[in-house]
Ligand binder design. Sequence first.
Ligand SMILES: [Zn+2]
Ligand SMILES: [Zn+2]
Ligand SMILES: [Zn+2]
Length: 141
Amino acid sequence: MLQKKIIKILTDAGYKLTRQRRIIIEVLLKNRRPLTALELYNQAKHRLPAISHDTLYRNLEVLSFLKVVSRINARGGDLFELEKHHHHHFTCLQCGEVKCLDGCPIGPGQLAEARRQGLEVVYHKFELSGYCNKCKPAERM
Ligand SMILES: [Zn+2]
Ligand SMILES: [Zn+2]
Ligand SMILES: [Zn+2]
Protein backbone atom coordinates (compact mmCIF):
# COMPACT_ATOMS: atom_id res chain seq x y z
CA MET A 1 0.00 0.00 0.00
CA LEU A 2 1.42 3.38 -0.94
CA GLN A 3 2.07 6.08 1.65
CA LYS A 4 -0.30 8.38 -0.23
CA LYS A 5 -3.08 5.84 -0.06
CA ILE A 6 -2.49 5.40 3.68
CA ILE A 7 -2.59 9.15 4.28
CA LYS A 8 -5.87 9.34 2.35
CA ILE A 9 -7.44 6.53 4.42
CA LEU A 10 -6.43 8.34 7.63
CA THR A 11 -7.55 11.82 6.60
CA ASP A 12 -10.83 10.54 5.12
CA ALA A 13 -11.58 9.01 8.52
CA GLY A 14 -10.56 12.20 10.33
CA TYR A 15 -7.18 11.02 11.61
CA LYS A 16 -3.79 12.60 11.12
CA LEU A 17 -0.63 10.85 10.06
CA THR A 18 1.22 11.58 13.29
CA ARG A 19 4.93 10.92 13.69
CA GLN A 20 4.19 7.77 15.71
CA ARG A 21 1.81 6.40 13.08
CA ARG A 22 4.25 7.20 10.29
CA ILE A 23 7.04 5.37 12.10
CA ILE A 24 4.84 2.31 12.74
CA ILE A 25 3.96 2.21 9.04
CA GLU A 26 7.59 2.65 7.98
CA VAL A 27 8.78 -0.12 10.29
CA LEU A 28 6.12 -2.51 8.93
CA LEU A 29 6.97 -1.50 5.37
CA LYS A 30 10.66 -2.17 5.90
CA ASN A 31 10.24 -5.62 7.44
CA ARG A 32 8.30 -7.46 4.76
CA ARG A 33 7.02 -9.96 7.32
CA PRO A 34 4.43 -9.77 10.12
CA LEU A 35 5.84 -8.45 13.41
CA THR A 36 4.79 -8.92 17.01
CA ALA A 37 3.82 -5.78 18.92
CA LEU A 38 7.08 -6.12 20.87
CA GLU A 39 9.25 -6.32 17.74
CA LEU A 40 7.38 -3.35 16.38
CA TYR A 41 7.90 -1.46 19.63
CA ASN A 42 11.63 -2.21 19.75
CA GLN A 43 12.17 -1.04 16.17
CA ALA A 44 9.98 2.03 16.58
CA LYS A 45 11.88 2.94 19.73
CA HIS A 46 15.11 3.24 17.73
CA ARG A 47 13.49 5.93 15.64
CA LEU A 48 11.45 7.54 18.39
CA PRO A 49 12.93 6.85 21.85
CA ALA A 50 10.04 8.62 23.61
CA ILE A 51 7.38 6.22 22.25
CA SER A 52 5.64 4.21 24.97
CA HIS A 53 4.00 0.78 24.81
CA ASP A 54 0.64 2.46 25.36
CA THR A 55 1.07 4.93 22.51
CA LEU A 56 2.19 2.16 20.21
CA TYR A 57 -0.78 -0.07 21.08
CA ARG A 58 -3.25 2.78 20.76
CA ASN A 59 -1.89 3.66 17.35
CA LEU A 60 -1.90 0.03 16.28
CA GLU A 61 -5.57 -0.19 17.28
CA VAL A 62 -6.37 2.88 15.18
CA LEU A 63 -4.41 1.59 12.19
CA SER A 64 -6.05 -1.86 12.48
CA PHE A 65 -9.48 -0.30 12.78
CA LEU A 66 -8.84 1.70 9.60
CA LYS A 67 -7.57 -1.48 7.91
CA VAL A 68 -4.18 0.07 7.18
CA VAL A 69 -2.66 -2.63 9.36
CA SER A 70 -3.95 -6.16 9.61
CA ARG A 71 -3.80 -8.17 12.78
CA ILE A 72 -3.04 -11.88 12.53
CA ASN A 73 -3.84 -14.16 15.43
CA ALA A 74 -0.78 -16.28 16.10
CA ARG A 75 0.17 -18.65 18.89
CA GLY A 76 2.85 -16.40 20.39
CA GLY A 77 0.59 -13.33 20.36
CA ASP A 78 -0.91 -11.21 17.63
CA LEU A 79 1.19 -10.22 14.63
CA PHE A 80 0.84 -7.04 12.64
CA GLU A 81 1.54 -6.23 9.01
CA LEU A 82 0.50 -3.64 6.48
CA GLU A 83 -2.68 -4.53 4.63
CA LYS A 84 -0.96 -4.33 1.23
CA HIS A 85 -3.15 -6.82 -0.53
CA HIS A 86 -5.51 -9.55 0.53
CA HIS A 87 -3.71 -12.81 1.32
CA HIS A 88 -3.58 -15.66 3.82
CA HIS A 89 -1.11 -17.22 6.24
CA PHE A 90 0.70 -20.41 7.05
CA THR A 91 1.39 -21.21 10.71
CA CYS A 92 4.03 -23.72 11.78
CA LEU A 93 2.58 -26.24 14.25
CA GLN A 94 5.96 -26.68 15.90
CA CYS A 95 7.45 -23.20 16.39
CA GLY A 96 4.44 -21.02 15.60
CA GLU A 97 6.20 -19.11 12.83
CA VAL A 98 3.76 -17.31 10.52
CA LYS A 99 4.46 -16.89 6.81
CA CYS A 100 2.49 -14.84 4.29
CA LEU A 101 1.08 -16.76 1.34
CA ASP A 102 -0.03 -14.79 -1.67
CA GLY A 103 -3.38 -15.53 -3.22
CA CYS A 104 -6.82 -16.44 -1.97
CA PRO A 105 -8.81 -19.64 -2.45
CA ILE A 106 -12.18 -17.90 -2.18
CA GLY A 107 -13.47 -17.38 -5.70
CA PRO A 108 -16.54 -16.04 -7.46
CA GLY A 109 -18.08 -19.51 -7.06
CA GLN A 110 -18.39 -19.29 -3.26
CA LEU A 111 -19.56 -15.70 -3.39
CA ALA A 112 -22.23 -16.48 -5.99
CA GLU A 113 -23.35 -19.43 -3.89
CA ALA A 114 -23.57 -17.23 -0.78
CA ARG A 115 -25.61 -14.66 -2.70
CA ARG A 116 -27.89 -17.38 -3.99
CA GLN A 117 -28.60 -18.29 -0.37
CA GLY A 118 -29.24 -14.64 0.48
CA LEU A 119 -26.04 -14.27 2.50
CA GLU A 120 -23.93 -11.15 2.52
CA VAL A 121 -20.27 -12.06 2.95
CA VAL A 122 -18.18 -9.36 4.60
CA TYR A 123 -15.27 -11.39 5.95
CA HIS A 124 -13.61 -14.74 5.56
CA LYS A 125 -10.83 -16.62 7.28
CA PHE A 126 -8.55 -19.22 5.75
CA GLU A 127 -5.45 -20.58 7.38
CA LEU A 128 -2.89 -23.20 6.47
CA SER A 129 -0.75 -24.98 9.00
CA GLY A 130 2.04 -27.55 8.97
CA TYR A 131 5.80 -27.43 9.49
CA CYS A 132 8.16 -24.70 8.43
CA ASN A 133 11.60 -25.29 6.91
CA LYS A 134 13.26 -25.50 10.31
CA CYS A 135 10.68 -27.86 11.79
CA LYS A 136 9.96 -30.33 8.97
CA PRO A 137 9.90 -33.80 10.61
CA ALA A 138 12.68 -35.20 8.37
CA GLU A 139 15.01 -32.46 9.51
CA ARG A 140 14.20 -32.80 13.18
CA MET A 141 16.19 -36.03 13.61
ZN1 LIG B 1 8.57 -24.11 12.56
ZN1 LIG C 1 0.77 -11.59 5.66
ZN1 LIG D 1 -8.97 -14.72 1.08
